[in-house]
Design a protein around this ligand. Structure first.
Ligand code: NZQ
Ligand code: ZN
Length: 388
């Protein structure tokens, strides 16, 4: 393991069919005023809203609602949430939804007592909070982002055509998260496979960095094998509890800081995907799927050894009698075939991107330097051009 690191994950998880019982154990730890944050209404249709509100009432809480959090939550909505949380004098923010709702709750939590502009402070200058932070709890209804056990918060600013994530520290992680795999059964297939690919991408963004022998890589390979296995079952049989619960657990471990330990980590697939989303507002996991193959084919020559390991360890490519490069490409071919079988969107045209947006998307792409090749502007343009 290269370098020095600290490891701490303060989020308490309640997992399984009875996980919501955990909410009754957690709520008494916080004050009376709860800001209940949710999305566009799926929780009202599937009954989760009624169950959560029932528990909040049973625990004697005053409920203040902040619904309508959109996928890819916006800066405009964030400002509205800050005002609501202030008016409610919220003691706890309870996010009930997917990554968008959880991310949004975290952004509100660090902004309520902050007297600077939240977008400028956290998403442009990447400063850490210096004010009181309102505790956040999550009831997860859609799997993929890992937001239930990390400090990530991604906000989209449509006026500036930027979608930017701030990875906050431990103090912003949810205090607790409720993970009931059955709550994800009503997620539409498009969103489910998008979430599955988001998980895969999170693992790969961390895996494809470094050349040392690192325990994190072995854990990543195990998580990937489990994910592929369960995803194959879940697309055929969405109510298969075993598969959905494994996917949920894998998602959490894919992005709760564990497998980043000792790694420089890449994150360029996410930077490219976020640039596409800033111009199209497309679904997160699909933006990643659409840029993945062009990006990995571009960087493969700089990391043939690692891509060959990926091919053999994750995709069972037989290396006998083949060059490293041939093995590496065969792995990517198997991955691509699997992505298509899952029903992922494999190009940005289908996500609403046009050639006229190319300059803007190149400009919106943040460059990270932890991967096998630091991209220049020309490279970003080449990868995005190959993604149409
Ligand atoms: O809004 P509602 O009506 O609830 O519908 C949502 C939404 O339309 C629906 N949904 C969620 N649970 C459902 C359900 N529909 C039926 N039944 C259920 N049980 O699914 C749609 C998508 O939800 P969303 O929360 O947007 O999806 P996801 O969890 O993929 O979150 C995406 C956001 O998270 C960010 C993304 O950039 C994006 O903004 N990310 C956060 C990260 C983090 N915190 O670390 C890392 C990720 O890389 C990602 O960037
Ligand atoms: Zn992601």
């Amino acid at each position: 393991m290269i370098g020095n690191f600290t490891y701490c994950n303060p989020t308490k998880l309640y997992f399984g069919k009875d996980a919501l019982e955990g909410l009754k154990l957690e709520l008494p730890k916080y004050g009376k005023n709860v800001l209940l944050v949710y999305g566009g209404g799926s929780i009202k249709k599937n009954g989760i809203y009624d169950r959560v509100v029932g528990i909040l009432k049973e625990c004697g809480k005053e409920i203040f609602e902040d619904g309508g959090v959109m996928p890819n939550p916006t800066y405009v909505k964030l400002c509205e949430g800050i005002a609501r949380a202030r008016a409610a004098e919220a003691d706890l923010i309870l996010a009930v939804g997917g990554g968008s709702v959880c991310d949004y709750a975290k952004a509100v939590s660090v902004s309520v007592h902050c007297n600077e502009d939240a977008w400028e402070k956290y998403f442009i200058r990447f400063e850490e909070p210096s004010c009181e932070i309102i505790p956040v709890g999550c009831v997860l209804t859609m799997v993929g982002t890992g937001s239930e056990m990390n400090g990530g918060s991604v906000i989209t600013n449509h006026a500036e055509k930027l979608k930017i994530g701030h990875v906050f520290g431990e103090e912003v992680f949810p205090k607790f998260s409720v993970l009931n795999p059955e709550f994800t059964y009503t997620v539409p297939k498009y969103q489910m496979v998008s979430g599955i690919y988001d998980i895969m991408s999170h693992i790969l963004e961390q895996y494809f960095s470094g050349t040392d022998d690192n325990t994190s890589d072995y854990i990543s390979e195990g998580l990937l094998r489990s994910l592929i296995h369960s995803a194959n079952i879940a697309v055929e049989d969405p109510k298969n509890y075993e598969a959905r619960s494994n996917i949920m657990w894998t998602a959490t471990w894919a992005l709760n800081t564990l497998i980043a330990k000792g790694k420089t980590t890449d994150w360029m697939v996410h930077m490219l995907g976020q640039a596409v989303a800033a111009h199209t507002d497309a679904t997160h996991g699909m933006t990643l799927a659409a840029v993945t193959m062009p990006y990995y084919k571009f960087i493969l020559p700089y990391a043939t050894e690692k891509f060959a390991r990926y091919a053999t360890q994750v995709w069972d490519v037989d290396p006998t009698g083949k060059t490293k490069s041939a093995v590496a490409y065969e792995g990517l071919e198997r991955m691509e075939a699997w992505m298509k079988k899952l029903g992922l969107v494999m190009n940005i045209t289908e996500l609403g991107a046009t050639r006229e947006m190319l300059d803007g998307m190149v400009k919106s792409t943040l460059i990270m330097d932890g991967g096998y090749k630091v991209l220049g502007e020309k490279d970003v343009r080449a990868v995005l051009s190959a993604s149409f």
